[in-house]
Design a protein around this ligand. Structure first.
Ligand code: ADP
Length: 361
């Protein structure tokens, strides 16, 4: 998060000091400049959140400064508010705004109005930044969805084509080809399920209710019965409390336990233990395993959507931990991991004792 500081550009020192003083009094860091050149250098090198820009500067007009800022792709989105003396003509204000300024303040301006104006522009800036960020995320998301669906789809079409073209060898190969087709469509289907769950976790607001963790974990264990048996996993847990949560919490347990089984060490049956303890107004849960572990460099990034560390041979879509984080954060909690490669991992997450779903959660 870049620092929110304001560049105050004016060659008339008393006016500049007075403005800086007002803004500093309410806690804004302010840097001053008295020429257009100085302002351009600071905007390019230090990226202010907002520029208060005098229209009449000794070396170039504020309108020219504004034009250059807009023309430079590195600085083009900088918020600029022109400041000018009271005798300014309407057409000059219009010219300032038409040349790319976001707003226009005519001196003398009441300190309260100056602060409210700055705050309003900073709010608009934050909203625009959030929009840009989510557009970028959406672009990345669509790219990955298209990419991850195309690969199994290609497998399906290649083997379907072979099945239709090789009637002679059909007997011998068809079972193998059909198996590959089934496997690839299964991958697509679980990927699509993951995407749907992810988007529902963002859009659907479930009710916070009294949530008994003990039967919740028992249900998860029953759901995972086949993989528990197949891997020889041994799952234990401490007595678990009833907490305030919504039912999506079951997904978090399901994901952490099924990952603990999936990412086991070759030839080592998974030993999984679930604990909980009260900690400063929150319940702190942990799910510990003795699996392959995670390199320190990836401890944060495993919670990013589509992030997979362990290759194609373990089924998965890289959605589970991102979804778990969304659910935990919607309750006002946090999720993190401690891990030793080759020795196992412990996932921790907290749920406030008085959980309330945040907006969008
Ligand atoms: P998926 O399991 O579908 O790939 P997740 O979002 O659940 O997606 O996990 C992301 C990645 O984090 C996994 O691909 C795996 O590399 C790693 N990971 C998750 N849980 C564990 C674990 N218990 N032990 C080791 N690695 C894990």
């Amino acid at each position: 998060m870049p620092e929110t500081w304001i560049l105050n550009v004016d060659d008339y020192a008393p006016g500049r000091y007075a403005r800086t003083k007002v803004l500093k009094q309410v806690g804004f860091p302010v840097v001053e400049a008295s020429t257009g050149k100085e302002a351009l250098d600071l905007i390019e090198s230090r990226r202010p959140a907002l520029v208060l820009l005098d229209v009449n500067l000794p070396d170039m007009s504020g309108i020219e400064v504004c034009r250059r800022v807009r023309d430079n792709p590195q600085t083009s989105t900088t918020t600029i508010v022109h400041i000018s003396a009271s005798n300014v003509l309407t057409q000059h204000q219009v010219l300032g705004l038409d040349s790319g300024a976001d707003g226009y303040i005519v001196e003398p301006v009441d300190p309260a109005v100056l602060i409210a104006t700055v705050n309003a522009f900073l709010r608009a800036r934050r909203a625009e930044d959030a929009l840009l960020k989510s557009t970028e995320e959406l672009r990345w998301f669509s790219y990955r969805v298209a990419h991850d669906l195309r690969e199994p789809l290609r497998t399906i079409s290649i083997y379907a084509e072979l099945l239709s073209q090789e009637p002679g060898s059909r007997e011998a190969k068809s079972a193998e080809y059909l198996d590959l087709v089934k496997h690839a469509s299964g991958r697509m289907s679980s990927f699509i399920d993951g995407l749907l769950q992810y988007s529902q976790a963002t859009e659907v607001r479930n009710e916070i209710a009294n949530c008994e963790c003990e039967p919740m974990v028992s249900r998860v264990i029953a759901n995972l019965d086949a993989s528990i048996r197949e891997s020889g996993a041994h799952v234990t847990w401490d007595p678990l409390p009833a907490i305030s949560a919504d039912i999506r919490l079951e997904y978090v347990f399901q994901n952490l336990i099924s990952n603990a089984i999936k990412y086991r060490r070759e030839g080592v049956p998974p030993e999984i233990h679930i604990s909980v303890r009260p900690c400063e107004g929150e319940w702190m849960f942990s799910v510990r395993d003795n699996g392959i572990g995670i390199e320190p460099a990836y401890l944060d990034s495993v919670f990013e959507i589509f992030r997979r560390l362990h290759g194609q041979n373990v089924p998965g879509s890289g959605i589970g931990l991102a979804l778990s984080r969304k659910i935990v954060e919607a309750h006002g909690g946090r999720i993190w991991i401690e891990s030793k490669p080759g020795a196992g991992s412990t996932f921790f997450f907290t749920i406030p004792m008085k959980a309330a779903l945040s907006a969008g959660g």
